[in-house]
Structures are given as structure tokens and as C-alpha cells.
Design a protein around this ligand. Structure first.
Ligand SMILES: Nc1ncnc2c1ncn2[C@@H]1O[C@H](COP(=O)(O)OS(=O)(=O)O)[C@@H](OP(=O)(O)O)[C@H]1O
Ligand SMILES: Nc1ncnc2c1ncn2[C@@H]1O[C@H](COP(=O)(O)OP(=O)(O)O)[C@@H](O)[C@H]1O
Length: 216
């Protein structure tokens, strides 16, 4: 929408920033169904890397929806916009040399591809991590009782109105009544029904070390 705007480059380029800050930024994009373990792994990974004195920050779907994205719901367009904003925010964090861990369901492949593309265009590393477990396991975990609510029809989608009349209010809980498009070629695929939290942190940090992002 903005016109008459001009991009203003900084006086320090990407490589010089990395040399000066002593750290290369990377976005670690966790995607998966609710209760798959995104937040748990993100917290443990953040703690592990902070204790190694790395500059790290975590962006978590639930938390961001209390602030920056409090105007968004869970219909498809809102989820698209949610992920678009977080793609931009994570790009900025990573550009600042931060190890940026995002934990969003991010159910649509096209949205995650857009996040990757934004980073690639800015020459910033982006790692997609599929946090995966069978739906039956997730429903068993159900740490927030959301699957139970969804099965009971207590989670409603965006109301569709015709004038003042409610036409329908579709349920839209991911994995039950809203889609999740699993990653086809993620950099990392973790099956959390087979891997402990510590094991997941190790898998990610090994990948970071092998690819020259951080020392293990
Ligand atoms: N309808 C519906 N569908 C999915 N999730 C729901 C819904 N309503 C509320 N919640 C809670 O919101 C968290 C997901 O937010 P995200 O921003 O990650 O979602 S998305 O990427 O835009 O799809 C999600 O967090 P996680 O369980 O950590 O994934 C839920 O706590
Ligand atoms: N191997 C595992 N990895 C991650 N979480 C696990 C694992 N095993 C059990 N859990 C539990 O599953 C739940 C995952 O919830 P959460 O991390 O909030 O997932 P998400 O952010 O994907 O919704 C937590 O209660 C966590 O303790």
C-alpha cells in the first residue's frame, strides 16, 4: 500500500555484522500440529543455546497471539497473515545475528515456503523442522484440552454472517477440522513419539554444528 518509500541500507553489511557480533543468525522454523512438541522443544533448545552464551530468541504462536497478532483468528486468511508477519519478524531477528526459533503450527506449505523464500532472498539461513507425532498420540497428550474441545465441537471458526444472520460457524481446529500440510523436504524431521525432548535438542544442535552455525 505504501508509495514513495525508499529502502535505506545500513553502513555494515551482513558478513561484517557476523564478524563483529561473532555469530551468524539462523531461523529454526518448527512446524507441526498442536501438542506435537514445538513449544517444549523450542524452550529446551533456547535454554541449551543460551547456556552456551549464544544470542537466541524464541517466537511462539500462542505468545505472539497475545500481542503483535492479537487481531488474528484461526481462519485460513488469518493463519496466512500470522505466518507472513512472523516470517518478516524472524527474518529481522536472524538478520540481527540472532538464532531465532519459531514455534507456529504454520499449517500451509505455501506460507512456510514464503518464509523460506523471504530468508533466502536476504541471504539468511532458514531451517524447517517438522515436529511430528501421530494424531492419536497428540490427542492422548492434549496438554491444553484443545483436542477434547475440538472433538466436542466447542472450538468454533470464524462466523460467516449474511447481514445480521449467522449462516455458519465452521470448526477449524488443525488436524481435526482444519488442514495441516506436512513438510515434504524439511531439513530436520523429528518424531516426538520416538525421541525425547533432550534427543530433539541434540538432533537440532548437531545439525547446527555440522552446518557451521554453532559449536556443539
Ligand atoms: N482453532 C485452532 N487451531 C489451532 N490452534 C489453536 C486453535 N485455537 C487456539 N489454538 C491455539 O493457538 C496455537 C496455534 O497458534 P499458531 O499461531 O501457531 O497457529 S497457526 O500457525 O496460525 O495455524 C495453538 O498452540 P499449539 O498447541 O502450541 O500449537 C493452540 O494453543
Ligand atoms: N518427546 C516429546 N517431545 C516434546 N513434547 C513431549 C514429548 N513427550 C511428551 N511431550 C509432551 O507433549 C506436550 C507438547 O506440548 P507443546 O510443547 O505445547 O506442543 P506444541 O507447541 O506443538 O503445541 C507437552 O505436554 C510435553 O511435555
Amino acid at each position: 500500500m505504501s508509495t514513495n518509500i525508499t529502502f535505506h541500507p545500513g553502513s555494515v553489511d551482513g558478513e561484517e555484522r557476523i564478524a563483529l557480533t561473532g555469530q551468524r543468525g539462523v531461523t529454526i522454523w518448527l512446524t507441526g500440529l498442536s501438542a506435537s512438541g514445538k513449544s517444549t522443544i523450542a524452550c529446551a533448545l533456547e535454554q541449551h543455546l543460551l547456556h552456551l552464551h549464544r544470542f537466541v530468541y524464541r517466537l511462539d504462536g500462542d505468545n505472539i497471539r497475545f500481542g503483535l497478532n492479537k487481531d488474528l483468528g484461526f481462519d485460513e486468511k488469518s493463519r496466512n497473515e500470522n505466518i507472513r508477519r512472523i516470517s518478516e519478524v524472524s527474518k529481522l531477528f536472524t538478520d540481527s545475528s540472532c538464532i531465532t526459533i519459531t514455534a507456529f503450527i504454520s499449517p500451509y506449505r505455501a506460507d512456510r515456503d514464503l518464509a523460506r523464500e523471504l530468508h533466502q532472498k536476504a541471504l539468511l539461513p532458514f531451517l524447517e523442522v517438522f515436529v511430528d507425532a501421530p494424531l492419536a498420540v497428540l490427542e492422548e497428550r492434549d496438554p491444553k484440552g484443545l483436542y477434547k474441545k475440538a472433538r466436542a465441537g466447542e472450538i468454533k471458526g470464524k462466523p460467516i454472517l449474511q447481514g445480521q444472520t449467522l449462516i455458519k460457524c465452521p470448526a477449524d481446529f488443525t488436524g481435526i477440522s482444519a488442514p495441516y500440510e506436512a513438510p515434504e523436504t524439511p531439513e530436520i524431521h523429528i518424531k516426538t513419539d520416538e525421541t525425547s525432548v533432550e534427543g530433539s535438542v541434540r538432533i537440532i544442535t548437531d545439525y547446527l554444528a555440522k552446518n557451521g552455525y554453532v559449536a556443539s
